[in-house]
Design a protein around this ligand. Structure first.
Ligand code: AMP
Length: 293
């Protein structure tokens, strides 16, 4: 295993990458907030398939957390994360301080309009400010590392869709790659926030994925019918969703049917103190992912 380099500053990241770039090597970036699980590791593994050098960023980005969210209690264990990242094949972990990313007087933001007003961006959910935090930090990471490829998980489908739009609109010279959701044996999407669940909540949480499976199986009943069957599965597990919606995967407009364009069926729900999200993409064909666009 090549040894892992841990880098804290933008200047050091640029000098570490420079020789690789000069040698014509391809760079892959995997942005994370740490508390690594198999989902994150699958992004590193996917990056290794195409990139010669995999950089994982590890930064709990304060600006994407709203008032009253879990910024302070978000799980952090850098030593464990470094070991897992190295085992999965990352060459560099870029773990800057908040001051390095947001120096005194920081006042510039990147906002993707429209796509960020719905689902997790709705005022009744995390709000568009969440995505403004995400797009701003991802834009900065892309400028810092100039990767040839940048990897995101389908678990955060709206995030991937928003970032693809940002990369296109602002001409970032990188390719956004979306990797399928990695799940526990009972279907629960892996998430750093699953650590908040106690035993009973952990069992109930599997209903999110079962609800999405029900929607997918009942696609023949149309959008309302499919969402109704998903809602019934959630109700059985005493889960009241924050949202459960079907939207076209390209523009996030409300979906009217499953017969035309790919439809994103997305759920957010609180189970105990964990806010969980999950989704499935229902294609007019068969496959259920965002990996090709
Ligand atoms: P986070 O550390 O939660 O910000 O996630 C970092 C990246 O890992 C994001 O691109 C997520 O979409 C991705 N990710 C998180 N959970 C999973 C999962 N279960 N499967 C695949 N990717 C994931």
């Amino acid at each position: 295993m090549t040894s892992l380099q841990v880098i804290r500053t933008v200047a050091d990241l640029r000098s570490a990458l420079e020789p690789h770039r000069r040698a014509g090597q391809l760079i892959g970036l995997v942005p994370t907030m740490g508390a690594l699980h198999a989902g994150h590791l699958s992004l590193i593994e996917a990056a290794r398939e195409r990139a010669d050098v995999v950089v994982m960023s590890l930064f709990v980005n304060p600006t994407q957390f709203g008032e009253g969210e879990d910024l302070d209690s978000y799980p952090r264990d850098e030593q464990r994360d470094l070991e897992l990242a190295a085992e999965a094949g990352a060459r560099i972990v870029f773990a800057p301080t908040a001051n390095e990313v947001y120096p005194q007087g920081f006042s510039t933001h990147v906002e993707v309009e429209g796509l960020t007003d719905v689902l997790c961006g709705a005022p009744t959910s995390r709000g568009a400010g969440h995505f403004r935090g995400v797009t701003t930090v991802v834009a900065k990471l892309l400028n810092m590392a100039s990767p040839d490829f940048v990897y995101f998980g389908q678990k955060d489908a709206q995030q991937s869709i928003v970032i693809r739009r940002m990369v296109r609109d602002l001409d970032f010279a990188t390719e956004v790659v979306v990797v399928p959701t990695v799940r526990e044996a009972d279907g629960l999407a892996m998430s750093s926030r699953n650590a908040y669940l106690d035993g009973a909540e952990r069992e109930r949480a599997a209903a999110l994925n079962r609800a999405l499976a029900a929607a997918s199986e009942n696609r023949g009943d149309g959008v309302e019918g499919a969402l109704g069957s998903a809602r019934a599965v959630l109700a059985d597990a005493q889960i009241e969703p924050e949202y459960l919606e079907a939207r076209y995967a390209d523009d996030l407009e409300p979906a009217e049917s499953f017969n035309g364009r790919p439809v994103l069926v997305a759920i957010a729900a609180r189970v105990g103190r964990a806010r969980l999200i999950d989704n499935v993409v229902i294609n007019p064909g068969d496959s259920a992912d965002l990996s090709s666009e």
